[in-house]
Design a protein around this ligand. Sequence first.
Ligand code: PEP
Ligand code: MG
Length: 584
Amino acid sequence: MSQPSGELILKGINASPGICIGKAYLVDKEGVDIVARYYIEKKKRQGEIKRFKAAVKRARDEIRSVIDASPEELQRAHILETHLALLKDKMLYGKTIEIIETDGINAEWALKQVVSNLKAVFLGMADSYLKERASDIVHVSDSIMRNLVGAKAEKIADIDKRVILVARDLSPADTSQINLEKIMGFITDRGGKASHTGIVAQALEIPAVVGLKYATSRIKSDNLIIVDGNAGKVIVNPDEKSLVEYEERKIDYEQYRAVITRESHLSAETTDGIQMEVMANIELPEEVVSVKNYGGDGIGLYRTEFQYMNRTIFPSEEELFEKYKDVVEVMAPKPVTIRTLDINGDKAVANQNGQDEANPALGLRSIRYCLRKPDVFITQLRAILRAAAYGNVRILFPMISAYFEICEAKKLLDQAAESLEKEGLSYNREIEIGIMIEVPSAVVLADFLADKADFFSIGTNDLIQYALAIDRLNPHVAHLYQPLDPAVIRLVKQVADVAKNKGIEVYMCGEMAATAHHIPLLLGIGLDELSMNPQSIPHIKRVIRSLSLSDAQTFMQEVLNKRTARGVFGVLKEAYGEILNNRY
Ligand code: PEP
Ligand code: MG
């Protein structure tokens, strides 16, 4: 929307926190959108396939040279390695060649067709992480396409001014070239919270806003812009007042981060002496570095899906073991909670020949998939048990919605241990076993489930979606997705009460735990541990240190009388206004 002063405010998704102010630099992506279609005679088809293969090879060489030249923080994200693998993926590479051969379509058009089908498959998935992987397919095919049509790639490494990048989308190959001396931050039209672009921005610790839709059409190179990565906002051609305000905010924010990062190694102890563990959620083993930097008390959720993505065969036990062991060793003696595979059906990973599901979120997802594929599951369980010999491991089973599921999962865990024993491999079966509580039926059955577990971990991202019947990815109902809904609060409290009665620990690893103004509630409810993205840890620890547990418990009585999310927010504001006022 345009302001009277002439400044323009664009709203997007906050992908990486921080504020930067500077000149825009529009990254132009040439020659990828417009593609001709023509027929290839039979005798010329092998030549066309050769042309395609040569373009793939050039794309491969390009990515290789970017990998070799990238800083270590980015190499550790392995995203480009994934892209290299995708270039030769059967569904992309093999299928394009097949179409050229059988239908006689030129390479560009065949590739375009294959990509649009693959994209649809990924976008149809329930899991936000998998959905975002559609963009990896697009980035990879863009680089092949550029090489096919002979267009030049914009080289971000060559930018020699201090600027903020503005692009429709940035591929990992683009972001990997970011020179921190030059690039202050970036904004994109496309992308969501779980996009690799965001992951890379966080790894580099530069501000980023994605999903802006119109940034490239509203911003020109050299326009002055303010990027507010905390609020997911961009101000184009800011007026004097905004400039002064944001200069101050920037300084303020940087000072605040420095202070809280320095004190993040202190424990999160309330003013009345109760200690809360503040743990980290990670997806990549390499994120342990941030966990340590930000004072994480351990890893409360290690999402293990990443290693199964974008590849044609499942990872081997050895590969999984090595990755888990690395994390476990670095974190020891602090705990590492390894969550077993949470994917939504075999079409999502290797051998993408599964049937499409009308409701993937309600489908063959997560533990249901693992129980259907015991060989895949046991491979992972064996790797986890082996890694457990090297430190402090907890295992966490996701999406448990029925009692028999945890019984079967534990049976398979025993089988995995028995087979390791027989083979004489070292392992540790004496690990804590946890259940994610993220389906309402698990809340209802919590007392039974508690008999089978050492701890519960509440996954509010899913629990809210299933309890309130709101697709967590659907923008049309995003306003109804309310962690403060009294129904959600009651569910969380019910789980915590059962856990206390049964003498087991209760944790939370959904996003609800990463929001400062939810903390008085979560303390009052009696959670023992919170887990969140590493960057949020310092702030949440500081908030906990400013609260008293007994006040929070008294406050909960008031909360439980409120009938709407708005009502809950109202009392929160009254009692804990200071936390709400902190804009970070
Ligand atoms: C959750 O559902 O809250 C959770 C932590 O798991 P994920 O976001 O991976 O589904
Ligand atoms: Mg979940």
